[in-house]
Design a protein around this ligand. Structure first.
Ligand code: ADP
Ligand code: ZN
Ligand code: ZN
Length: 686
């Protein structure tokens, strides 16, 4: 009989001595890589994954034994382990930490027996007889759609696929292309993964896929979603269904890119430009970029869809690394809304003028109201007013813990910090001088809603933002009211500009978008352009209606190149200008960045760590910029500093990070006052 063997196990060990890879354990039996196990670590027992490359030799030193084996579950695939290895390496995290953070949280709490019971339950559920349904009718594809589908089908059939960039204006039928491509992959016996940026877009898309594939995929759990709003039990169930191959179609947010999919044959990334694809803590991965990597690794097609592609993807399409598929026209002949750049400078000066609701805008809204048409007013700032102000002593509602104002929320009478969450009841008088006459400055969606209701009596105004949708089911109910025509004017943040297939809206107004033009973040114009194109895309999605759909943009800078491109719905023009700027400033996609962040009680302590880190960062072809404070320098009593690292080539940057990050882990031990630090590879917000 063979003695014990050594296993490498990916487990979430703290980073004591560098970026630890899998740890060694002893096992009485050889276990296939990808097997889930429980292993002791210190005094705890943790979930782990048997990692490839263990060799299975007899242990040379005394090793702790594996505590339990989840032998009822098929091992995770070699491709899944490769994805994790790549992502951990690329984003500079330990593979065990990453594995533990992307597996369903409930797995950590289960014993092998409990998991076996769950699997049996799942078996019973999926074995239930499917209800027979007729094949729903599919629309006849428009010629451009047919071309796009043919290209994807060509890749499904084989060859060395390039990532496909589906560049299609809003309402051009991108989703229909995803449906047809998915159908082809499913018919070929493959699993399909569809990623969407926002949890609140999943129910809508899930309904569309479920309706379409009712006949093709009648079994329970053949279509599942994966996102963080599921209950732990649902998430485990759906994850298991995917892992077992029962789920054929998985819809999810960024975390779904790590789903275990043994037959994966197609990945779709909808709204690929969306910043939500980037994880903002822990392993700061880009689900879009990992989707491209995973597809390349498996030699399967990946479709990146957008009306306003990220400049990275667009540049890849220009250089031919990606293949571009274009849908230039809206389905059903609905025209894109006419853009009107309303020049705030041309308004006669008058004390009553507010930057949000100008008289001409109100008149335009009133006209639509009288015609019984729906309008959408977009303002990317929630709350009633961004700050409360005392006219006597100039006190402002700053947050005691952050370098930011606390936002005035009128409905619940609070001053709330949107950075640290610190919240207090609104004072009756100025806390500084006792003056009773304290007033809100500026405007958020709550105030806009109030002003619209006052200015347009009888109009049914509905606000949708993170505050109005805190309770479960609220958002769905509000969206339904919009679809049912029970709302005249919809007010909201970017939450309402994305993805929704509103059929009745014919007028969209952006009341105060200029701020992003002058941001210190070089990606701010790109985000603003995408947001405005998306917002405009909610109007006129139905060709019926005899008035043209319109998008109204109030600006003090109407000649700005961004607005001029918007006026013509000219993404290509915008991209060309932006790429030229990026090239001359050697910014991404013409360079590659990483950001080192540090947080400490004092800015000096954070800076000292970064300065010492810079001294360790000597590498050819890599530029290290001086440390600077974060745009919001203090949050929750911690001073935040950051330092940018830039390289002309991705490989150079990666090589440098491989040496640097372990050195930083050691350096951190000498900088005890640094509370948190992180490396963000390919950072999005700078
Ligand atoms: P996008 O995702 O590009 O914004 P959608 O896929 O949502 O566009 O399509 C917009 C609308 O057009 C949807 O209501 C969809 O059902 C419809 N549609 C898409 N393709 C076709 C087609 N070939 N024929 C008829 N209607 C279509
Ligand atoms: Zn005062
Ligand atoms: Zn705060």
């Amino acid at each position: 009989m063979a003695g014990p063997v050594t296993l490498r196990v990916a487990v979430d060990a703290p980073q004591h001595s560098g970026l630890n890879g899998p740890l060694d354990y002893a096992s009485e039996q050889a276990l296939a890589s990808g097997t889930l196990v429980r292993v002791p670590l210190g005094r705890r027992e943790l979930l782990g994954v048997v990692w490839p490359g263990g060799g299975g030799a007899a242990p040379e030193v005394a090793l702790r034994p594996v505590a339990a084996v989840f032998d009822a579950l098929a091992p995770l695939g070699a491709d899944w382990c490769r994805l994790l290895d790549f992502a951990a390496g690329y984003y500079q995290r330990s593979v065990g930490e990453l594995a533990s953070s992307v597996l369903p949280p409930q797995l950590r709490e289960l014993s092998p027996e409990q998991l076996a019971a769950r699997l049996a339950k799942l078996e019973r559920k999926t074995a239930r007889a499917a209800t027979a349904v007729a094949e729903p009718v599919r629309p006849q594809l428009a010629p451009e759609q047919a071309q796009a589908v043919a290209a994807i089908e060509g890749q499904l059939a084989g060859g060395a696929p390039k990532p496909l960039l589906l560049f299609g204006v809003t309402g051009s039928g991108k989703t229909e292309v995803y449906l047809r491509a998915a159908e082809a992959a499913l018919a070929a016996g493959r699993q399909v993964l569809v990623l969407v940026p926002e949890i609140n877009l999943t129910p809508q898309l899930e309904a569309r896929f479920t309706e379409r594939f009712a006949a093709l995929l009648p079994q329970p759990l053949a279509i599942v979603s994966l996102h963080s709003a599921l209950t732990p039990a649902q998430r485990l169930q759906n994850w298991l269904a995917a892992h077992l191959g029962r789920a054929r179609l998985v819809l999810g947010t960024r975390l779904a890119v790590f789903a275990s999919l043994p037959d994966l044959g197609l990945i779709v990334v909808d709204e690929e430009h969306d910043p939500s694809y980037k994880q903002q803590d822990g392993a700061r991965y880009s689900a879009r970029d990992l989707a491209v990597w995973r597809a390349h690794d498996l030699k399967i097609p990946v479709v990146l869809g957008s009306a306003t592609p990220s400049l990275e993807s667009w540049q890849h399409a220009l250089t031919g690394r990606y293949e571009r598929l274009t849908l230039a026209t809206r389905i059903g002949g609905g025209a894109l809304p006419q853009v009107r750049l309303f020049d705030m400078k041309a308004l006669p000066p008058s004390p009553g003028v507010t930057t949000a609701l100008t008289a001409p805008l109100l008149a335009a809204l009133k006209e639509r109201l009288e015609r019984g048409e729906q309008s959408l007013v977009f303002l990317n700032r929630r709350g009633y007013a961004p700050v409360l102000h005392c006219g006597e002593c100039q006190w402002k509602s700053d947050c005691p813990h952050c370098s930011a104002w606390r936002v005035f929320h009128k409905r619940d009478r609070t001053l709330r910090c949107h950075h640290c969450g610190f919240s207090e009841r609104v004072p009756r008088a100025c806390p500084n001088c006792g003056n009773h006459d304290i007033a809100p400055l500026g405007r958020g969606t709550e105030r806009l809603e109030e002003q619209l209701a006052e200015a347009l009596p009888g109009a049914r105004v509905l606000r949708i933002d993170a505050d109005s949708t805190r309770r479960k089911g609220e958002l769905e109910a509000q969206l339904q009211a919009v679809h049912d025509g029970e709302v005249d004017i919809l007010v909201g943040t970017q939450m309402i500009t994305k993805g929704h297939d509103f059929r009745r809206i014919r007028f969209v107004a952006a009341v105060n978008p200029d701020g992003a033009l002058f941001s210190s973040d070089f990606r701010a114009p790109e985000r603003l352009f995408a947001l405005l194109m998306q917002a405009g895309g909610r109007a006129g999605r139905d060709a019926a209606g005899d008035t043209p759909a319109e998008m109204w943009v109030q600006t003090w800078h109407r000649d700005h190149a961004l607005y001029q491109a918007l006026l013509r719905h000219d993404y290509e023009r915008f991209a060309k200008d932006q790429l030229a700027e990026r090239r001359s400033a050697s910014l991404p996609p013409f360079s590659h960045l990483a950001l080192l962040r540090a947080e400490a009680r004092t800015a000096e302590a954070a800076q000292a760590f970064l300065t010492a880190a810079a001294a360790l960062a000597q590498a050819e072809g890599v530029l290290v910029y001086p440390p600077v404070p974060h745009a919001v320098a203090r949050v929750a009593d911690l001073e935040r500093m950051q330092m940018l690292v830039e390289a002309g080539q991705r490989g150079r940057l990666q090589a440098m990070l491989r040496d640097w990050v372990p050195a930083l882990i050691a350096l951190k031990r000498e900088h005890k006052s640094v509370q948190r630090w992180a490396v963000d590879v390919d950072p999005l917000a700078i």
